[in-house]
Write a new protein. Structure first.
Length: 254
């Protein structure tokens, strides 16, 4: 009688565990299928993982002080913009780093001793900062150490959550027709606002060497729905040889 009771208890525990694990397995399967559809739409997993570097150029506008220097604090106050020109962003995808080179200047009168300057500046970028573009974002999602989360729906788009090996959680929305990334989102610290959600939108995909890449890039904070970056890409290059105007990276892989 005791043996029968023990067998029943084991069977009950097994059934309980099966009930708990089944949804988790189904969630992982749905996440993996969605990610695979994105990789296929962008040229295939193998193709994406073979890309060693990517360079894009273009121009745009950036919100000055993330919208914190508007003429008043009114939510409808017009923003002050900073012009971005001669922009080149070079991604060393194999080593998880990028270099942003740009000329920028205020699009409004600015009384300062240095005046207006169009000197080209260089900003090293590493880690999650690279995930505001679909190519490095999808590559990061495909990495073996990345943990896929749940698939949700937002405004008709399937949204895949994933957490990188470094601990950053990213949400990636997928267009239901093209299966291309529509945006990525992550939470970042802000000196004045605390934690803010930054959503990076991707529009106007054009194929480059068999890989669809967006011509339109735009960043928006969840604070007052503030647009902080509007950027238009005018060229892409993939797997550029080292001797063809690639900048020298003077910082180490994180």
């Amino acid at each position: 009688m005791r043996a029968i009771s023990r067998e029943l208890a084991v069977a009950a525990i097994a059934a309980l565990l099966a009930g708990i694990c089944a949804p988790a397995f189904a969630q992982q399967e749905a996440s993996a299928r969605l990610l695979q559809s994105v990789a296929d739409a962008m040229g295939g997993k193998d193709r994406l993982q073979r890309i060693g570097n990517m360079v894009y150029t273009g121009f745009g506008q950036q919100a000055y002080q993330d919208g914190g220097s508007n003429v008043t604090g009114d939510v409808d106050a017009p923003p002050k913009w900073r012009a971005l020109a001669d922009v080149q962003r070079t991604f060393d995808l194999a080593n998880g780093r990028a270099l942003l080179q740009e000329r920028r200047s205020f699009m409004f009168p600015f009384a300062a001793p240095f005046g207006l300057s169009w000197d080209r500046i260089s900003t090293p970028q590493t880690g999650a900062t690279l995930l505001d573009h679909p190519l490095p974002a999808v590559r990061k999602a495909l990495e073996a150490g990345t943990k896929l989360g749940a698939v949700t729906v937002e405004n008709g788009l399937s949204v895949l959550a994933f957490t990188t090996m470094e601990g950053t959680t990213v949400w990636m929305a997928v267009d239901p027709v093209t299966h291309l990334p529509a945006w990525t989102r992550r939470i970042v610290p802000h000196a004045n606002l605390g934690d803010v959600a930054v959503t990076s939108y991707f529009t106007g995909y054009i194929p480059y060497d068999g890989v669809p890449l967006p011509l339109g890039l735009m960043n928006r904070y969840d604070w007052r729905n503030t647009v902080t970056l509007m950027f238009q890409v005018d060229s892409y290059r993939l797997d550029v040889p080292q001797d063809q105007d690639l900048p020298v990276f003077r910082f180490k892989r994180p």
